[in-house]
Design a protein around this ligand. Structure first.
Ligand SMILES: Nc1nc2c(c(=O)[nH]1)N[C@H]1C(S)=C(S)[C@@H](COP(=O)(O)O)O[C@H]1N2
Ligand SMILES: [Mo]
Length: 430
């Protein structure tokens, strides 16, 4: 059945710009600045107003129209929302209403779950190609479509756990900077074939740009490079998410989807693809969004170079426990433990092991067959537990033997990316 996309004449369906939102929706700094001005006449210090604002949480559905009010707001300037695990664990495929959002910057009019018009949208393909091309989004709808279910995860997901050693700067994500979603669109290689794009042998990287612009004109624009040889068979120019035109906030009408890669490489509002001999020198490719190749002592701030660091490309093997949750209290006896596991999709997840005695002994959980090699695997196990304070640990291993470190901080890096330590939750058994 053909999908109905909105037309550009529907452009009146816009969310209010952030500046039009009430004070409760403003970010702290702006609010304190405004409050500071107002406070002069009121004899109230900005600090008190700040406290007053903290009591009135920002409503995520006012920041991004259609989002669930129970999401955690990390940044209301660009729109950064985390999914509480209580919500995430209710669905195999994460609904758009609760899917996390990470905007470094955004396209005006995109702070909504409504889709953006397809007509008039183009993608330029330039660089090391025989002839540059401009393809329209409408042309993409007429090409062969593929579908993939996959984990979309911010490379900063789990960053807050690095604070166990040395806290790192950036959004203090817990476990909900991810979701499992279905994308549908045209394989990049099909686009190249159908649009007659011939790449030069020297084209080793694909650099993607979105149509969004930085919030301040002096900041570097958001773009990323990925290795062409690795993505050519799996990258998708996606037009749909979960069976509908991509919600504007999630990067429609056309988004670059690279199954298995960290979220940051999945460029929203895709507008231009450059074929290049070298990774881009853009600030978001280097030094941002990179981890060290060799472990460093937490707190070590080495300058990240092309030689000593690697971009947030393929996702690390990871599992999380989503039931029970931290601080839950459960009855003594058989305790049902469950969660999800995933990796970069290069090979399958072989096993998830669970320990209730801080790693002394491990038991193998039951794994469900995933919808795709890039989707999450649900796992479950029932373990008898006696009264007291306990920790539950979970550790995934894939068919290449890749696993999660017992202490995730061995992978410490200055921006706190790619946390994949053994997941640990503390519970009370009564
Ligand atoms: N054009 C553009 N693409 C982008 C971003 C952005 O700010 N602009 N953020 C990236 C980051 S860091 C992540 S984690 C994912 C988040 O995807 P989502 O907001 O659809 O959940 O989008 C990525 N793609
Ligand atoms: Mo991200």
């Amino acid at each position: 059945m053909p999908t109905k996309y909105p037309r550009s004449s529907d452009r009146d369906r816009r969310t209010p710009s952030i500046s039009a939102l009430p004070a409760a929706s403003l970010d702290r700094r702006t609010f304190v600045q405004l409050a500071g001005t107002a406070a002069i006449g009121w004899g109230v210090s900005p600090a008190n107003l700040y406290a007053a604002q903290a009591q009135e949480p920002i409503d995520p559905s006012r920041l991004i129209a259609g989002k669930d009010r129970r999401l955690i707001v990390h940044n209301s300037k660009t729109g950064v929302l985390e999914t509480p695990i209580e919500l995430l664990r209710q669905h195999r495929v994460t609904p758009k209403e609760i899917l996390f959002v990470r905007n470094n910057q955004f396209l005006p009019g995109s702070l909504t779950l409504d889709p953006l018009p397809l007509d008039g949208w183009t993608i330029e393909i330039i660089g090391l190609v025989k002839a540059p091309r401009i393809i329209s989004a409408t042309e993409l709808t007429r090409m062969e479509q593929t579908e993939v279910e996959m984990v979309l995860q911010c490379s900063g997901n789990g960053r807050s756990y690095y604070a166990q050693t040395v806290k790192t700067r950036g959004t203090q994500w817990k476990k909900g900077g991810m979701g499992n979603v279905r994308w549908r669109g045209v394989l990049l290689k099909t686009v190249f074939e159908r649009a007659g794009v011939t790449t030069h042998p020297g084209a080793r990287f694909l650099t993607a740009e979105g149509k969004d612009a930085p919030l301040v004109p002096t900041a570097p624009d958001f773009e990323h490079s990925v290795p062409l040889h690795d993505v050519i068979d799996k990258a998708i120019l996606a037009l749909e998410m979960n069976g509908e035109p991509i919600p504007a906030v999630h990067g429609g009408p056309v988004r670059l989807i690279i199954p298995g890669y960290y979220g940051t490489m999945n460029i929203k509002w895709l507008h231009r693809l450059r074929l290049e001999a070298h990774e881009t020198f853009n600030h978001n490719q280097i030094p941002r969004y990179r981890t060290y190749i060799r472990p460093v002592k937490p707190g070590t701030r080495l300058k990240r170079t092309f030689d000593n660091s690697a971009p947030n490309w393929r996702q690390r093997v990871k599992s999380i426990i989503w039931s029970p949750l931290e601080d839950d209290s459960v009855a003594a006896g058989p305790v049902a433990i469950s969660g999800v596991a995933w990796n970069d999709g290069m090979v399958g997840i072989e096993a998830v092991y669970v320990s209730t005695d801080r790693g002394e002994t491990w038991q193998r959980a039951h794994l469900q067959v995933p919808a795709s090699r890039y989707a999450w695997y649900l796992w479950t196990i029932t373990v008898p537990m006696g009264p007291g304070q306990h920790e539950i640990w979970a550790r995934a291993v894939d068919a290449l033997g890749r696993s999660q470190p017992l202490d995730g901080s061995i992978h410490w890096n200055p921006s706190g990316y790619e946390w994949y330590g053994v997941d640990k939750v503390r519970i009370t058994v009564r």
